[in-house]
Design a protein around this ligand. Structure first.
Ligand code: SF4
Length: 422
């Protein structure tokens, strides 16, 4: 299932003509001729650290999971709804086709549990894209190395301008996003720029290439609070089909990343699957639930958040293998809340304004707004060619916050006061 590490190193080093800063990348064929030394990915597994989720994942059978979900009956759903301490088997029932007629009851229960735990609040964050350089080829992403588009990595001055533009809009919680390019946007870059960004915001999250435990521990000392590491899909054949080149081909290294985050003491860990990448969104969602259950048992000191992005068009666009309807996404959001009353559920601007307004009360606790998925997009305006994917909700922050208030909820921009410690 996973690629040999040697192959990965060659693939990751190959695209160096991507270059730094603005400029058009060379064609992939030319890139293959220019190989510079680059940092190899950290070794797989970490000797002496014990099991990680990849071990559990290997025990699970995708087809059996899919069939078990479809075998659930209305009675199983009733039992799951009545169970005060729901588990993975209940989650199976709640995401099954048999649960679709129970959506009103699920929604009512999900809303009640969310308000009990989180009060009448919705937290706001904003993605800050630092670089669109990437040494991977993912079939669903505009930043893929084989896409011919302008590449840009923000320098200190440009980062400062982005931070000031976001602060002026009212944001206080940022998610730093880069493509995966270890030599150009790796630890040296993060060491240099994290403290600078940290000074502006009270909460700092990252969505970058998987790192080692020691690297996460170091970034924590520089102010890192949370890391999102979406598995994309837990279906090995689909994962191989959609990850065509680069370190990301190593599914097991990615599967074990949240374990390394937990061991490094990162406060919050984000999980999720990209819906539409595999042939069965229900099975993928169940695998995410298995992953969450594993992590909560092994790394209970960390908090967890979840996203359920649906595949959106991008440069060189890909059609989803399956389409999830709005109603099915509502079912999934409610099922997650019923499984875990404490889980942060996040809804990004991939979804439409109408859907986001409607889903607000069900269980969503985190939203992004005014997102720009290209480096420099906040201070320098739109350059659509650089986008990672097309966003669906382009309302200004004020409009989204007004919709939140209209739903009877309070928008929250500051989640934590750093001097209280973590
Ligand atoms: S999904 Fe991530 S790793 Fe894949 S091409 Fe896009 S930025 Fe690179």
């Amino acid at each position: 299932m996973s690629q040999s590490m040697g192959q990965d190193v060659v693939s990751a080093c190959s695209p160096l003509p991507l270059g730094e800063g603005p400029g058009v990348r060379e064609p992939a064929e030319a890139a293959l001729e220019l190989v510079e030394p680059c940092t190899p990915p950290p070794p797989k597994g970490e000797a002496g650290r014990g099991l990680d989720f990849a071990d559990r994942w290997r025990e699970l059978d995708w087809d059996h999971v899919g069939m078990s979900i479809r075998a659930k009956t209305a009675r199983d759903v009733e039992l799951a709804l009545a169970n005060p301490r729901r588990g993975l088997d209940d989650f199976m029932a709640l995401i099954s086709p048999a649960a679709e007629p129970f959506l009103p009851q699920m929604a009512e229960l999900a809303e009640r549990l969310t308000r009990q735990r989180f009060g009448n609040t919705v937290g706001f964050y904003v993605p800050l894209y630092l670089s669109n350089l990437c040494a991977n080829d993912c079939s669903y992403c505009g930043f893929s190395m084989s896409n011919r588009l302008k590449r840009k990595t923000l320098n200190a001055e440009e980062i400062e301008r982005e931070c000031l533009a976001l602060k002026a809009r009212g944001f206080d919680s940022v998610l730093l996003v880069t493509g995966e390019h270890e030599t150009k946007v790796g630890m040296a870059y993060f060491r240099q720029h994290l403290p600078q960004i940290r000074r502006h915001f009270s909460t700092l999250a990252m969505e970058v290439q998987p790192l080692s435990q020691a690297e996460y521990a170091e970034l924590k000392t520089l102010g890192l609070d949370a890391v999102m590491v979406y598995q994309e899909t837990y279906h090995a054949p689909a994962y191989a089909r959609h990850h065509l080149r680069g370190n990301k081909q190593d599914i097991e290294w990615r599967l074990a990343t949240p374990d390394r985050l937990g061991r490094a003491g990162i406060d919050k860990i984000g999980l999720g699957a990209l819906i539409g990448l595999s042939p069965d969104w229900r099975a993928d969602s169940y695998f995410v639930a298995e992953h969450l259950s594993w992590l909560e048992r092994h790394h209970w000191q960390s908090r967890y958040s979840l996203s359920f992005p649906r595949l959106r068009p991008c440069t060189g666009g890909l059609q989803p293998e399956v389409t999830m309807t709005d109603r099915q996404l509502v079912q999934l959001i409610c099922a997650w809340r019923l499984l875990s009353p404490t889980l942060d559920l996040s809804l990004s601007t991939r979804e439409s304004p109408a859907f986001r307004n409607g889903a607000l009360r069900l269980g969503i606790t985190q939203m992004s707004a005014e997102s720009r998925t290209q480096p420099g997009g906040y201070a320098e305006g739109d350059e659509e060619e650089l986008e990672q994917f097309a966003i669906h909700d382009d309302r200004a922050l004020g409009e989204v916050a007004a919709a939140v208030r209209q739903a009877g909820l309070q928008p929250v921009f500051k989640d934590w006061e750093p001097f209280l410690g973590r």
